[in-house]
Design a binder for this molecule. Structure first.
Ligand code: F6R
Length: 240
């Protein structure tokens, strides 16, 4: 695991955007695996900035997202589909048929998981961007007794629902389940870029990097990937 130390959130975002930009420049038709949540917002802003300056072209880029809440339409302003358009896709020249997310409204969950897995096996991700959950989740693969393989519909843990509720008007509105890319699919990306910011993530980041590899800390499996870069700020690295 390569660890890049960033001064703060903005520095982490700049450094992450530089690596993603290098990937897109080196391989204009690359496949990116993208994440939502508060962590990558600054990174996406930096990418938009580079695009506006004429330094980046996303016209051949494809992207697949990690997850989507169950029960939210893609136009619900809390859905991850909406998030991606608002925070990135609407501001760059990625083609509308070049980005994919699970369909939160799929009636048949099993069929939706199979559809997403098929898609993932047809698109080898060159770079997978990840954030880190307070409980060590990646995507929405929550602590469990085994590492999930493919796409699955997951019941979110109490701590994740609580963390996500900050984006919803009422706690009761926070979705309790989500479709997520499985751990095996995440590990199949050629390169992984894990972004971590803030003191609140310091303890779990230490477990991810230094602790035993176990499904109770899902991100610990990243220790087994051959090309992982962690960009974390000083607060997040304060326990290492
Ligand atoms: C989002 C995702 C989640 C988040 C994690 C951290 O697509 O897959 O794993 O990355 O919950 O969220 P933030 O960045 O809001 O702390």
């Amino acid at each position: 695991m390569r660890i890049i130390r960033a001064k703060d959130y903005d520095d982490m975002s700049r450094k992450a955007a530089n690596l993603i930009a290098a990937q897109v420049t080196m391989k204009p038709d690359c496949v990116l695996g993208l994440a939502t949540g508060s962590t990558p917002i600054g990174t996406y802003k930096e990418l938009i900035d580079k695009y506006n300056k004429g330094d980046l072209d996303f016209s051949e880029v494809m992207s697949v997202n990690l997850d989507e809440y169950k029960g939210l339409t893609k136009d619900n302003d809390q859905s991850y589909n909406y998030f991606m358009r608002k925070n990135l896709f609407d501001h760059i020249n990625i083609k509308p048929d070049h980005y994919y997310l699970p369909n939160g409204m799929a009636e048949n969950a099993e069929a939706e998981c199979q559809r997403y897995d098929k898609l993932l096996s047809s698109l080898t991700r060159d770079m997978q961007v990840l954030g880190l959950g307070l409980n060590g989740h990646i995507g929405f693969n929550e602590p469990s007794d085994e590492f999930a393989k493919g796409t699955n519909l997951i019941k979110l843990s109490e701590s994740t629902i609580k963390a996500n509720s900050r984006f919803f008007e009422k706690y009761e509105d926070t979705p309790t389940s989500a479709f997520t890319m499985g751990i095996q699919s995440i590990m199949q990306a050629r390169k992984i870029l894990l972004l971590v910011s803030g003191k609140g993530k310091a303890q779990i980041l230490r477990e991810v990097i230094d602790g035993p590899i176990k499904p109770q800390v899902p991100a610990s499996i990243l220790q087994l990937h051959k090309d992982v870069t962690i960009i974390a700020d000083e607060d997040a690295l304060s326990m290492l």
